[in-house]
Ligand binder design. Structure first.
Ligand code: RTP
Ligand code: MG
Length: 136
């Protein structure tokens, strides 16, 4: 059974030039990219994407950060794609993320942790609709 997940290379990842590296790791793992777009998020889309964090103290900074430059949004497909990509990404705080993971290899700050991956199949469905409403 195949499933889909939404992956973002966040603006810090695009700025650092690791888009190719992230794509390469997704492909090496055996996951398939079925949609991909470079875009700059509006505050409205960013707030909808991170709606579960609306009451958190870092919400404003999170929205500033994710709208602060172009990002690469992708839909990634494969068996247990949600869990598989979260394993490639590593822990939310890059200092605690294992070396060998994307955040463990490229990040240092929790607020600039290079990639996003949906945290459940339910979130994935919601986020994919938000970013790629025309995807079948
Ligand atoms: P993401 O949604 O971006 O893939 O990250 P995640 O699931 O690993 O972490 P989540 O709990 O959903 O948090 C979303 C983003 O908010 C920032 N954050 N800052 N200052 C803080 O304590 C704090 N905690 C979380 C991170 O950039 C995280 O990716
Ligand atoms: Mg999350």
């Amino acid at each position: 059974m195949s499933e889909r997940t939404l992956v973002l290379v966040k603006p810090d990842g695009v700025r650092r030039g690791v888009v190719g590296e992230v794509i390469s790791r997704i492909e090496r793992k055996g996951l398939k990219i079925v949609a991909l777009e470079l875009r700059t998020l509006s505050r409205e889309t960013a707030e909808a994407h991170y709606e579960e964090h609306a009451e958190k103290p870092f919400f404003g900074e999170l929205v500033d950060f994710i709208t602060g430059g172009p990002l690469v949004a992708m839909v990634v497909e494969g068996p247990r794609a949600v869990e598989a990509f979260r394993a490639l990404a590593g822990a939310t705080d890059p200092v605690n993320a294992a070396p060998g993971t994307i955040r463990g290899d490229f990040g240092l700050e929790i607020g600039a942790n290079i990639v996003h991956g949906s945290d459940s199949t339910y979130s994935a469905e919601r986020e994919i609709k938000l970013f790629f409403p025309d995807l079948g």
